[in-house]
Ligand binder design. Sequence first.
Ligand code: SF4
Length: 321
Amino acid sequence: MAENLLEVRNLKKYFSTPRGMLHAVDNVTFNIEKGKTIGVVGESGCGKSTLGKTLMRLHQPTSGEVMFKGTDIANLDLKEFKKKYRSNIQMIFQDPYASLDPRMSVLQLISEPIKVNNKNLSKQEVEKKAKEMMELVGLAKRLEMAYPHELDGGRRQRIGVARALSLNPDFIVCDEPVSALDVSIQAQILNLLQDLQKDRGLTYMFITHDMSVVKHISDDIAVMYLGQMIEKCPAKEIFKNTIHPYSQALLSAIPIPNVHHKQERMILKGELTSPIDPKPCCRFAARCPYATDKCLAEEPVLRELKPGHSVACHFAEKFVK
Ligand code: SF4
């Protein structure tokens, strides 16, 4: 049986605002298998990046559990988490330029996390490891002394990948890692991430708003809507049998490069429900073409309809093809 690297239970992250509590991540439960990639998709503001940052403890969870290698890292003292688990759980950011210090050379940027986390290594040992990392992610030796502004977006993102990998993590949160890149460079970075996963047995959470990107890299896909996980299933399944009405709308927006394929786009109408102190109802009800009184009165829970495929909709059975 497959082993889970991460088991997330009822995770919540609320932010206090002058208008009330913003439910950015609300009662999210899922597992990530070791060595696999879970793609997390949804439109801007759905909570996918907040979920990644909460798993990393960059945001402190409001409540819930995150079991990682037998320890609940969500409720661990922050200092202890940083000491024991920070190097195990790393992040690759969306905008590589913004996440890199412009005054540091490529070699210095990659050496920095190695130096901070391995205080007993000599300067030469740190440099040797940083050079190995450069080679691993395909950065040429001649770029050692280059600065971020001298590089294209793909090479900058390779620095981000090298920095994350330099600490030998088991789990990497990739937060929109290719969204800021040209399409031709996106494929190079996706291939690099996949090769590294194969070689090192890495587990990824791949956050994106782009369904066509996520289908290439994910084993499982989770769809989020206003802080909640509303559908989770194997990646192949979601492209063949999308069940939740919101996931159907999201998928209908992917362009298909075939002139003979007539695709009907599902246009969502209606207002977005506020994520501040939301009422106990389906948060998609205001935009859902199938909403009934039950949807406005009762919150649907994520339930398994078939092995590995879970959906949060009162009438999910109706939408199974
Ligand atoms: Fe639509 Fe109701 Fe299902 Fe929500 S629970 S997605 S409103 S049918």
